[in-house]
Design a binder for this molecule. Structure first.
Ligand SMILES: Cc1cc2nc3c(=O)[nH]c(=O)nc-3n(C[C@H](O)[C@H](O)[C@H](O)COP(=O)(O)OP(=O)(O)OC[C@H]3O[C@@H](n4cnc5c(N)ncnc54)[C@H](O)[C@@H]3O)c2cc1C
Length: 316
């Protein structure tokens, strides 16, 4: 039995979820006593195949087609790989790209689709955990089928990093161009789009406790002193104080930095949904009962206008 994981990339870079797909895929393959195959569909297949030659991967199928994601090509590639490999599980990312093609794959292959899974088990069939109602409720989905398509949420599985020795098999896809009805013609960055907070190792995140737009400079100074990237909770973005691409949370980005410093952030479920996978969480808040302290590794109960200048002094 085989698990087929489809790698994710954007603008010439593999996305972190590709490495997490390997971890999740290997766990499932072990439960199935089977193999993990990875599909790389892009114009940069050799470099991506090398990066994904990881421990636990048995084979990598490279489909050399186009620099960027294309819904119709992905659909055809996964269909063709499915016909050749007959995987028990087709594992895809719950990313912008994955959400685009995964339902089409499931429909074309007549597979049930479990989306946005945060945990997976296989025991006579797939059991997936999903979160609902802004992560307030966890649901368990038992799939009554021999084969299944799944998208996994980024940041829920650790990345596989150890190198391995999979076979690399170029897959000759005869693309039916008459079925390719969309093309990516270019990218336009939103303002401040140069920063991808999901790539940062250290995030200094600011919330409504900062009170005024001009006070953000103080937190920015701390971020600079730490060599960190600035992010925020949603009210800061709603107020127009920082651009949308800095927002962490359910309707922002999911981040998994080594250190997440939450300053004047209460820890609402919608915020926590985006940062709970951080390795170390540090919170600064005047309210000792703020929910952020429930998930923080280190907490400072104090006024950020006292604590942040002291930290800047220390780190500088
Ligand atoms: C559908 C939906 C999606 C959402 N998506 C997101 C999302 O993606 N991301 C997100 O963040 N939110 C999201 N929200 C909003 C979320 O529910 C909260 O309203 C938001 O996270 C609160 O932001 P905050 O913690 O900055 O503000 P608050 O909840 O107002 O918290 C401010 C905190 O600062 C502390 N504080 C005040 N003064 C100081 C001081 N001087 N020093 C130290 N601490 C101080 C307070 O004690 C308080 O805990 C969403 C909501 C909905 C309904």
């Amino acid at each position: 039995m085989t698990v087929l994981a489809v790698a994710d990339h954007r603008r010439g870079q593999l996305r972190d979820v590709s490495y997490e797909l390997v971890t999740a895929g290997r766990e499932l393959a072990d439960a199935l006593d089977g193999d993990l195959h990875v599909a790389v569909i892009s114009g940069n297949v050799d470099a991506f195949a090398e990066d994904l030659s990881l421990d636990g991967v048995d084979a990598i199928h490279t489909v050399d087609h186009g620099e960027e994601f294309n819904h119709d090509v992905y659909l055809q590639a996964v269909e063709a790989l499915d016909a050749e490999i007959d995987p028990t599980v087709v594992l895809m990312p719950n990313s912008v790209n994955g959400l685009d093609y995964a339902p089409a794959v499931a429909s074309a292959l007549d597979l049930p689709l479990v989306s946005d899974a945060v945990a997976l088990e296989w025991d006579d069939g797939l059991t997936a955990t999903r979160e609902m109602y802004a992560s307030k409720v966890e649901t368990t989905v038992d799939v009554d089928a021999d084969r299944v398509a799944v998208t996994i949420r980024g940041g829920e599985w650790g990345p596989t990093e150890e190198h391995g020795d999979p076979t690399i098999e170029p897959f000759d896809l005869a693309v039916d161009e008459s079925r390719v009805r969309s093309r990516v013609t270019g990218f336009e960055e939103v303002a401040g789009g140069d920063v991808d907070i999901s790539d940062a190792d250290v995030l200094v995140s600011v919330g409504r406790g900062i009170e005024e737009e001009e006070n953000i400079a103080l937190v920015e100074e701390l971020a600079d002193a730490l060599g960190a990237t600035l992010s925020s909770s949603r009210p800061i973005v709603d107020n127009g104080w920082l651009p949308k691409n800095r927002q962490v949370g359910q309707s922002g980005k999911v981040v998994t930095p080594e250190v997440y410093l939450a300053i004047g952030i209460s820890g609402a479920v919608q915020h926590v949904a985006g940062m709970k996978g951080s390795e170390t969480i540090v919170a600064i808040n005047t309210d000792p009962n703020a929910p952020i302290f429930d998930i923080a590794d280190y907490g400072i109960v104090g006024d950020l206008f006292d604590v942040v200048p002291a930290l800047i002094e220390q780190f500088e």
